[in-house]
Design a protein around this ligand. Structure first.
Ligand code: DAH
Length: 367
């Protein structure tokens, strides 16, 4: 099979056709004479492969106007060679012939699991879905209006300053309400929802939030919250208490007790912090609950009429007679909880950093 490189007398179409027909014939012939590896080496071998030798010789001596026609034909020839190599030559060998021991156990691939934070976030959302709530989402890059102004934060509230809030650069030329920032809580989605939708409303809002906080055992500059909002006629503080008491029992077990402490949030009035009886000591007092018997878990309250007023002002931009959020006719409650905090209590985790470390020894415990 050590033929010389054939000569190409000229570059007329008919000469090229004849030359390539002959080459194609020798491809077919060698395909039946050689085994697949020898055939591959003969035609495609890196150094002595005939395809390379012939194409180099022919292309080098060709005038520029003939190069294209040659190129096309060499490509066709190469395809013919590759087609031969792709055709199986004989029946595949049985595993034993290939030296494979089919009695050995296979490679075990553990299926992935939801991240513990997502699992807890899903559990919280699920509790409220069962009460008839639906899920709403909003953007993480938010404007001052939704994150602060409409939620009744006064203009110079410390939360609005950069020590607390991660703001987007180069916003100074914009009016204050349009300046962009990373949302510091999921509460802005309450506003977005009410502007878009008339009561009754029952929604939960899971999502990522950002604060200008240094990371330590209980803080992370990025964390997760689930917000809730319920607006309808005759919603009272006892509806809020009943709903959250049920949710805490669903998440931590039916033995858990809840208590509500007066607190302050600009967007709820009255506001409360919710505590649950310590799930580690049953309320007797231990290190985890700092010997108080109670663990503080979330904030809540009755929607402040100032929030309804901000929503109404926005809705009136499209319908001047809009009055569906008149606080004389409807009331509502809201709540917000940190997913990391709930997951840490659920699993007795003492360092928030474990959630973000990607350490398999930590994550595998949730499989
Ligand atoms: N937005 C509050 C925070 O991030 C949490 C919160 C408290 C949400 C009370 C609420 C609420 O809806 O009523 O700290």
């Amino acid at each position: 099979m050590n033929e010389d490189i054939p000569e190409l007398p000229n570059h007329e179409q008919s000469t090229l056709d004849a030359a390539f027909t002959s080459l194609s014939g020798s491809v077919s012939r060698s395909a039946s004479e050689l085994d697949q590896e020898a055939f591959r080496l003969h035609w495609l071998g890196r150094k002595q492969g005939r395809l390379k030798l012939i194409s180099e010789a022919w292309l080098k001596s060709a005038p520029p106007e003939a190069k294209k026609a040659l190129g096309i034909r060499f490509n066709q020839l190469k395809q013919q060679i590759e087609a031969v190599l792709e055709t199986p030559t004989s029946a595949p060998k049985a595993p034993a012939e290939q030296g494979i021991d089919i009695t050995l156990p296979g490679t075990l691939r553990a299926p992935g699991i939801p991240h513990p934070l997502l699992k807890t976030m899903h559990e919280i959302v699920q509790v409220f879905h069962h009460l008839g709530y639906s899920t709403n989402l909003g953007p993480q890059v938010e404007s001052d209006f939704y994150n602060f102004e409409a939620l009744n934060f006064p203009p110079n509230h410390p939360a609005r300053d950069t020590p607390d809030t991660l703001v987007i650069a180069a916003q100074q030329t914009r009016p204050s309400r349009d300046r962009l920032l990373m949302r510091t809580h999921t509460s802005p989605v309450q506003i977005r929802t009410m502007i878009a939708q008339a009561p009754p409303i029952r929604i939960v809002i899971p999502g990522k939030v950002h604060r200008n906080d240094a990371a330590d055992a209980t803080h992370s500059p990025i964390f997760h919250q689930v917000e809730g909002l319920c607006v309808d006629t005759n919603i009272t503080f006892s509806d809020l208490k009943g709903t959250l008491d049920h949710a805490m029992k669903a998440l931590f077990g039916s033995d858990v007790k809840t208590r509500f402490f007066p607190s302050f949030f600009p967007f709820t009035e009255p506001s409360a912090d919710v505590q649950i009886s310590c799930i580690f000591c049953g309320g007797k007092g231990c290190r985890k609950c700092k010997h108080s018997g109670w663990i503080e878990l979330l904030g809540c309250g009755m929607v402040d009429p100032a929030v309804f007023a901000a929503v109404t002002a926005e809705r009136r931009k499209t319908d001047p007679s809009d009055d569906v959020y008149n606080p004389e006719k409807i009331t509502g409650f809201a709540f917000g909880m940190g997913v990391e905090r709930i997951a840490m209590v659920q699993h007795g985790i003492s360092d928030i950093g474990h959630f973000y470390s990607g350490d398999m020894r930590f994550l595998e415990q949730f499989a």
